[in-house]
Design a protein around this ligand. Structure first.
Ligand code: MRU
Length: 339
């Protein structure tokens, strides 16, 4: 999608086997638009861990490129070290594990360096195509009088290489001449809604207001929300959906107020080996994310400030599971499905 009118992908490999992987450093947005580049697999793994690249499909694509780089630069340790290194970067988004499997199978089939790079590019391009088609389906659903759209976290192009999951439908609506407007939950603790979703939408001139997460149910009660659309980090075989913490709370409130609750996710976010949401591993992140907040000061410097008194402790589950009965439909590249 566009940044100042120019098309970017969240992750990009512009060269051949001697080239560098490029990615947008999402920890600096919306204040600084910085593109990082490297051909060091360890740097790529750390970029996933520290969430320079985040969002389920983008994590998968980043791992695919990181493993291609590991194969090109350190082939002897590809099986013995790098596959495990990447699969341990984050636990919840199943796309990461699909990507690791894809690259492992490619390597086991006797791939050359060029073939491994081609496979990573193919993996990323496939995610982009899936998100585009999914957005077309979602736009058709949203076009039935549902214009005031509430979303949570960032399910846009930054999270998926290009287009997005939930936001892809909104981008398609806007490009079809419709007038969607978005209520974006700020999404504590890392504020992906306030920092990333609002920025993405502003770059596409789509009206967006952010709200504190705890305003969501009240806005539904006021009749200010027509529909809710979120992404997913892992969808179990029974249709239970793991997504950013706070999603479950939204689904409960949506049910109370009779508001449709859609999940948009590509096939790579499904995990048929998880029978239900109970089997999905939930990432517990550092308490520092809750106790401190990052922003830009008046001098233009990025930094963190303490919110709480010294010694206060916090619990920080990064995801929750929404049970299938609270979900109106799951939308993926093959269309609309009942959980
Ligand atoms: O911790 P994050 O920022 O990686 O979590 C991202 C989300 O929860 C998104 O909603 C999700 O990946 C689905 S959309 C691509």
């Amino acid at each position: 999608m566009n940044v100042n009118g120019k098309h970017f992908r969240a992750i990009n490999w512009p060269g051949g086997v001697n080239g560098q992987l490029q990615w947008i450093d999402q920890t600096k947005l919306p204040h600084h638009f910085a593109i990082k580049e490297s051909r060091d697999a360890e740097v790529v793994a750390r970029a996933i861990e520290c969430m320079e690249v985040r969002g389920a499909p983008a994590i998968g694509a980043m791992a695919a490129f990181g493993l291609a780089l590991a194969f090109i630069t350190d082939q002897n340790r590809f099986e013995s070290y790098w596959l495990t290194r990447f699969s341990q970067t984050r636990p919840t988004a199943v796309n990461l594990f699909h990507a690791c499997d894809t690259m492992r199978v490619c390597a086991e089939g006797g791939a050359t360096e060029q073939m491994m790079l081609d496979m990573a590019c193919h993996y990323a391009d496939t995610e982009v195509k899936r998100c585009k088609v999914m957005g077309e389906h979602l736009a058709q659903v949203l076009a039935v009088g549902e214009r005031r759209i509430l979303t949570h976290c960032n399910a846009g192009w930054l999270a998926t290489v290009d287009w997005g999951t939930a936001l892809s439908g909104i981008y398609h609506l806007a490009r079809a001449g419709e007038s969607p407007s978005v209520l974006a939950d700020e999404t504590r603790p890392r504020l992906q809604g306030a920092k990333l979703t609002a920025w993405e939408l502003s770059q596409e001139n789509i009206p967006c207001s952010i709200q504190v997460d705890s305003a969501a149910a009240w806005m539904m009660a006021q009749g200010e929300v027509d529909v809710i659309v979120v992404g997913a980090d892992r969808i179990a075989a029974n249709g239970d959906v793991a997504n950013k913490i706070g999603t479950y709370m939204l689904a409960l409130a949506a049910r109370e107020h009779g508001i449709p609750f859609y999940v948009a996710a590509p096939e790579s976010s499904f995990d048929l080996y998880c029978i239900s949401g109970k089997d999905i591993p939930i990432e517990i992140r550092d308490e520092d994310e809750v106790l401190r907040v990052q922003g830009m000061n008046n001098h233009g410097d990025l930094g963190k400030i303490d919110i709480t008194a010294h010694g206060i402790v916090a619990h920080n589950p990064a995801f929750d599971v929404t049970p299938n009965h609270l979900i109106t439909s799951i939308i993926c590249e093959t269309g609309l499905w009942k959980p």
